[in-house]
Design a protein around this ligand. Sequence first.
Ligand SMILES: C[S@@+](CC[C@H](N)C(=O)[O-])C[C@H]1O[C@@H](n2cnc3c(N)ncnc32)[C@H](O)[C@@H]1O
Length: 176
Amino acid sequence: MIYEPDDDSFLLVKQIKKLAKGKKVLDMGTGFGILAETALKSGAMDILAVDINKEVVSYVRSKGIKAKLSDLFSSVDEKFDLIVFNPPYLPEDELEDEETRRITTGGKNGYEILEKFIIDSKDYLNKNGKILIVFSSLTDKNKIDEVLKENKYKFECLEKKKLFFEELYVYLISRD
Ligand SMILES: C[S@@+](CC[C@H](N)C(=O)[O-])C[C@H]1O[C@@H](n2cnc3c(N)ncnc32)[C@H](O)[C@@H]1O
């Protein structure tokens, strides 16, 4: 199963169009590859797409995008100017089947995958590199803000979008 691009994907698409030109971009958790494709169309210099799901990697490669199987940064050995991630960010729901859970669930509280990503990202950013993420009010925004501060990142919320039962936040994050 591959995640169908949704509101969260489209919020990132909008920002990638403004940010990707001339940049070396990592699309973490690429899914259908919508963010990688947007970066390429927007003039990114180079793009690597990674995902933990084998089916995703084969699919994205078939579209001519450079892609690797990777659990977060486990197979990544380069640095990037822009890292984009629309992570699984929902809290665990026992009623959800295993396959859907892998795409949408960030851990028991929802923020665990994003927290690990934020901590690990430091080693994969070029000087002046930036990170673009989206997450939901169902994830615990205060916890994400705390993790960013603890790890000495600067961040700003570029956009908020209210949906029926949650609010989505788009963050631009940097270290310099
Ligand atoms: C919400 S989907 C986003 C897909 C696409 N980027 C988009 O915006 O439409 C999350 C993606 O992250 C992938 N993923 C989940 N855990 C991951 C991990 N630990 N490392 C890499 N990718 C992961 C999932 O397989 C899924 O494709």
